[in-house]
Design a protein around this ligand. Structure first.
Ligand code: ADP
Length: 357
């Protein structure tokens, strides 16, 4: 149909399909103009039989036989949607939408959004980190010195009081952990890189529980560990990962303390699959409401009386710095579960100890 009318139809379809939609005009049983996306999808020439042309796409003949208006699925796996609109002069406009293209576009938008959020989360961490590192360094150093002095005096005056000495050791251990975090934050704000080395996640779980043993005992809860019998190697910054694990455990402890169930428990599970290690910290506390969920990973979103709402936002940034992912799920029974997954390291880890004795 190389007429002026045919050229006008083709130009109109091209203009209508600017968003990449595949369009064709049907003159009864005869094919009219096709725009470029439609020709790429289903080649045909104006003037040929619509039935012969449509036979190339499974499901399209049935869609063309139905009344115009509703959308019809076609394609070998229903990946296209066909819709016909009667133009009132005996012609029909046929539109074919590729659902996969929509999905790809949606995925791209989500990826872009996630990328932007990641950048802003990293900025938040590093800006707040510099301020906190600066402000806390002095008092932490002074506390460590005071504790060391006190320990020396206690050791001199009450050399047999192992309880007091052990409590002072624990206090020193906590202060040293705090100063390690500050040191790492300062390093990170300068280098923008985690201090990654081979480490074993099983050992990291035990070390983190060691730092919280006092809180765990005080809450009298059941702790269940499901850890592999062999080391689980990852390439990561030991201090940062310990920070994540301790934050998740502290949140579980807070949830169980604020709304205590009859038999409070925390379950820690570490599993390996598809080249990744996945660690879950689950509790049977009150769980998370949809309102809290909407702001869960945003900085300064807290439901606790004295909460700062920074823990989860920082944890997510720390895990993402290690090419990992951190997310949460609801438990069918009660409470919730926070998961993080990290790529497994190829090399065997050295028995890394994030906390000095
Ligand atoms: P903060 O602990 O200072 O509130 P977080 O970012 O660690 O900051 O946590 C944000 C919020 O997420 C908490 O205030 C709480 O409402 C919710 N949350 C986190 N972990 C849990 C949990 N295990 N159970 C119930 N709610 C939780």
């Amino acid at each position: 149909m190389h007429t002026a009318a045919g050229a006008a139809e083709a130009a109109l379809l091209q203009a209508l399909g600017e968003q990449g939609q595949a369009l064709a005009l049907l003159h009864g049983d005869t094919l009219g103009a096709l725009n470029a996306p439609m020709r790429a999808l289903l080649p045909g020439t104006a003037g040929e039989s619509v039935a012969r042309w449509a036979a190339a796409l499974p499901g399209l003949p049935a869609a063309l036989a139905a009344a115009p208006g509703p959308r019809w699925r076609c394609g070998s796996s229903g990946e296209y949607q066909a819709q016909r609109t009667a133009l009132g002069d005996g012609r029909m406009l046929l539109r074919l939408d590729d659902e996969r293209a929509h999905l790809h576009q949606l995925q791209r938008q989500l990826d872009d959004r996630e990328g932007l959020l990641f950048t802003s989360r990293s900025l938040t961490v590093s800006e707040m980190g510099s301020v906190l590192a600066h402000e806390l360094n002095q008092p932490i150093g002074a506390t460590a010195n005071l504790l060391r002095g006190l320990k020396l005096r206690v050791a001199r005056r009450h050399p047999d009081d192992s309880d007091e000495l052990a409590a002072l050791d624990k206090a020193l251990q906590q202060v040293s952990y705090a100063s390690q975090i500050i040191g790492r934050v300062r390093e990170y704000t300068q280098s923008r890189q985690p201090h990654a080395g081979p480490l074993d996640l099983v050992a990291l779980v035990h070390q983190s529980l060691g730092l919280l043993d006092w809180d765990l005992q005080r809450e009298a809860l059941q702790l269940s560990l499901q850890l592999p019998a062999t080391p689980v190697p990852v390439l990561a910054d030991a201090v940062m990962l310990q920070q994540v694990l301790i934050n998740l455990l502290r949140n579980a402890l807070d949830a169980l303390r604020l709304d205590r169930p009859a038999a409070p428990c925390i379950d820690i599970t570490l599993a390996v699959a598809d080249g990744r290690a996945e660690l879950c910290v689950a509790d049977n506390g009150p769980g998370i409401t949809p309102q809290t969920e909407a702001r869960l990973f945003l900085p300064f979103a807290s439901t606790k009386p004295n909460g700062m709402g920074l823990g989860l936002s920082i944890c997510r940034s720390l895990i993402e710095m290690h090419q990992g992912r951190l997310w949460f799920t609801r438990r069918a029974s009660a409470g919730c579960c926070f998961h993080f997954a990290l790529p497994l390291a190829a090399t065997a880890p050295s028995p890394a100890t994030p906390t000095p004795a």
